[in-house]
Ligand binder design. Structure first.
Ligand SMILES: [Zn+2]
Length: 446
């Protein structure tokens, strides 16, 4: 279904979308503290004016979550359009322009959240407004959800909502952030729809011992023990595993190439040749690390704490370690294995744990994405994507919702700017995003 068939002129909606995105970026929702309620109030006002039903849910003072709904005829199960309102912090002195100005400079809208993910917030908001104004009755309820606290793990947002108000956001399928962007690779353009997210296990490991003089080091130096412990964990060889998402992604990317690149590239899926191909053929280090992370569990020590003074052995030392596991792995079992390696003289705290998740690659919603992309970008390829991290989407997948990360963005925009300095999105991407997002939703709900 194409908006043209509904005589929807998206031009005017496009300028409205830019206006709202600028306003939302100017509402500072840096998390912590979040203060998402301010953004919730803004969006509620927009929906109220159009008589779209909303529910505001505060998980803690200032931590606002917003649900809005366009009723369908009830013949099919709901579609959820989800995003988050909080953003990560900024170092304003490292930006070329004010990160909360929402200004348009050289064809791009600037500010924290422009790519992650106030662009998704306004995209889904505009789609509900369009359904309402154009008097379209979908076959499915279309639910808008903007959460608090995604950037620090969702305790005041997605997790809290699913524990306390699941009935308000239960849907067959959802569109989310974390995919939809285009990437150029070896002469072709690939658009992504995110189907999988790695899980995480965050540990704090503490070793205790006897304080003493560093001139007479004994065996029980906690600093040394933590160093050995971290080394043991890093050396633990991650099992190589190919998930459905990564298999399909590499297959499509390979088939786009000519002989012999197509054959060689497919070897990324071969446990013996994978690393050789990745390190020889992928020049960009971040892209190469991205491929590696999609094929293995990873262990990454991040925070180390020990000692105060060079000549004093401390009585305590600790390490925090970020472990990411692939879909298909049992998070419980992985944790048990790790604890065995760590040993019982170490105090283990689990700081956070999110299970790995994967949605089926094929679903009616995936068909809608595919059809729409084929119309808009016939020369590009659509690939499923695995996020090496996790988003709110993971919590919904564990509840049985099919979740795809699909907020369309053109390859001209660098997704690497999300969480970095000078985050911005081109107006061209916003227009593309609205057209593709709207047509995908219409195709699925009509
Ligand atoms: Zn995000």
């Amino acid at each position: 279904m194409d908006p043209l068939h509904h005589h929807i002129h998206t031009k005017k909606y496009h300028s409205e979308m830019i206006h709202h995105l600028g306003n939302l970026i100017r509402i500072n929702t840096r998390n912590p503290p979040g203060n998402e309620l301010e953004a919730v109030k803004y969006i509620t006002k927009v929906f109220d004016k159009e008589k779209v039903d909303t529910i505001v849910l505060e998980s803690a003072p200032g931590r606002g979550n917003l649900i809005a709904r366009i009723k369908g005829d009830g013949s099919k199960k709901p579609l959820l359009l989800m995003s988050h309102l909080d953003v990560v912090g900024v170092e304003p002195e490292k930006w070329d322009h004010d990160p909360f100005s929402g200004e348009i400079i050289d064809g791009s809208l600037w500010g924290r959240g422009a790519l992650d993910c106030k662009n998704s917030v306004v995209l889904w908001m505009m789609i509900l407004l369009i359904l309402k104004r154009e008097k379209i009755t979908p076959k499915r309820d279309v639910i808008f959800l903007a959460t608090a606290d995604e950037e620090t793990g969702g305790r005041y947002g997605a997790r809290w909502l699913l524990d306390n108000h699941f009935e308000l956001i239960e849907a067959e399928a959802a569109l989310n952030e974390g995919g939809g962007f285009g990437r150029e690779f070896l002469g072709h353009t690939f658009y992504t729809y995110q189907t999988a997210e790695k899980g995480n296990i965050w540990l704090r490991l503490t070793v205790r011992g006897k304080a003493g003089h560093a001139s007479m080091p004994g065996k029980s130096n906690p600093t040394l023990k933590v160093i050995h412990l971290v080394n043991r964990l890093i050396k633990r060889k991650g099992r190589f595993a190919v998930t459905d998402t990564v298999r399909k992604m590499v297959e499509v990317m390979s088939e786009a190439q000519r002989f012999p690149v197509n054959i060689l590239m497919k070897q990324i899926l071969n446990p013996i040749l994978s690393e050789t191909i990745i390190s020889a053929a992928i020049k960009d280090e971040a892209t190469a690390d991205g491929f590696r992370a999609m094929l293995k569990n990873t262990v990454c020590p991040t925070v180390l704490r020990a000692g105060q003074k060079v000549n004093v052995i401390p009585s305590e030392a600790s390490a925090e370690v970020d472990i990411r596991i692939l879909p298909g792995e049992d998070s419980e079992k992985t944790l048990e294995d790790l604890i065995r390696i760590i040993g019982d003289d170490v105090d283990v705290e689990v700081l956070d744990r999110v299970p790995p998740t994967e949605s089926p690659l094929d679903h009616l919603l995936a068909d809608s994405i595919r059809k729409t992309m084929a119309r808009h970008k016939p020369d590009s390829f659509l690939i499923p994507l695995m996020l090496p991290g996790s988003s709110d989407g993971a919590f919904f997948r564990t509840k049985g919702t099919v979740v795809y990360g699909f907020t369309p963005v053109l390859p001209m925009d660098d997704m690497g700017l999300a969480h970095a300095h000078n985050e911005r999105i081109s107006l061209q991407s916003l227009e593309f995003s609205l057209n593709v997002g709207l047509e995908t939703v219409l195709d699925f709900v009509l």
